[in-house]
Design a protein around this ligand. Sequence first.
Ligand SMILES: Nc1nc2c(ncn2[C@@H]2O[C@H](COP(=O)(O)OP(=O)(O)OP(=O)(O)O)[C@@H](O)[C@H]2O)c(=O)[nH]1
Ligand SMILES: [Mg+2]
Length: 468
Amino acid sequence: MNPDDAFTYADDSAMAGLELAERHALRRVAGLSTELQDVTEVEYRQVRLERVVLAGVWTSGTVRAADRSLAELALLAKTAGSVVLEGVIQRRDTPDPATYLGSGKAGELREIVIAYEADTVIFDGELTPGQLRKLEEIVKVKVVDRTWLILDIFAQHARSREGKAQVSLAQMQYLLPRLRGWGESLSRQAGGRAGGATGGVGTRGPGETKIETDRRRIRMQMTKLRRELKQMEKSRITQRAARHRAGIPAVAIAGYTNSGKSSLLNRITGAGVLVENALFATLDPTVRKTRTPAGRAYTLADTVGFVRHLPHQLIEAFRSTLEEVKDADLILHIVDGSDDAPLEQISAVREVLNEIGAGNVRELIVINKADIADPEQVTQLLRVEPHALVVSAETGEGIDALLLAIEADLPSRLRDIDVVVPYQRGDLISRAHSQGDVLTIEYIEAGTHLTARVPEQLATDLLQAADE
Ligand SMILES: Nc1nc2c(ncn2[C@@H]2O[C@H](COP(=O)(O)OP(=O)(O)OP(=O)(O)O)[C@@H](O)[C@H]2O)c(=O)[nH]1
Ligand SMILES: [Mg+2]
């Protein structure tokens, strides 16, 4: 192998030290069989990714960008619990339609796999079902792509019932067209289809092959999951609608994974959300109510992090979660100021924001980790994003200014009213206190004379009560 186009990641200290102990503690059961034995297995199916070799194709951009992409893949692989042994990048105009890498390079990969006793090769992209099958034939170990790797991390990190269902749906969607290819060569190698009889004669329709049966059952399960997810999303939609009616503005924290979104939510609201130096630590949105320095109430939501080429299946499956961002009045777009390529992260995040229909939501760029960022790089970032704020969720630096900026950016949805409310409608007066700014209160014969700035809905209710 030509040392010029191979990069070694065997040295763990070279990568950011991930706190993997906890993850390892609840690590996967090594499932050697890659064959789908039962459709229900898809939910729990965990690929054995233990000793891995990475492979990528560098089609455009700089060497450094290609390098970074593979370094990020290594980080993802480690987050998934793998030991990364080696990484290979091949320079090509386009990936080979049959084997992704050129076929000669794919052959070399087989030698690397043997030399390192690797059990998996992870490709930095999304492989077609055909490429997957072909590559497994050549390297003779398990082959997965970046998409599946990210899906796998999500599956490991999902905690809530909704999160788990969303990930399962995304995995099934990914697997459906790949059932035939995946693991075929491996099971042949193992001496036949180990799980071949699992489908059972009784479960198979007339003339159906095992693959067709599997596909049909996966589709049925996907339908069921979609239905369940609809149910689960109802309460969230109801809550959001109630907040909206009450005129409470919503602020969503979005940004690249590991940029410090949860840390910022904790810093501002004391929410106590899990913070971890790992990718995709947060999958479930946390919403907290808080107040601006002037006392105006708003909600602040932490969300799932984004990454370059976030698998489409995930965006689709997490659609309801991501609506927290789409429906926000303001997005705090968090950028890790200490990252090597913060501008690349910003554009990757904006790409996803556009894809989920949040492209038009007001955005405030927040450069985080100011305490460890290179000041020169921060200055450069500010040149490109002059309205950005610089903070550290860790030390609290810049947070006061951020809170003021949020306040200034919240939509003014309050309406001035001057009404006399009958005494029996004390409920409306307490709503005015909790939802708006009460300016004056005076008790006169006809009722409570109130001047205040209140949300639209409350203004309507107050005026109606005053008329009665
Ligand atoms: N030095 C420094 N580290 C920070 C700062 N903010 C966050 N971190 C660290 O960055 C890592 C990621 O922080 P999180 O808050 O979990 O990031 P996140 O954006 O929620 O990440 P995901 O949920 O995984 O997408 C943790 O190790 C934090 O301690 C900061 O201002 N300065
Ligand atoms: Mg988080």
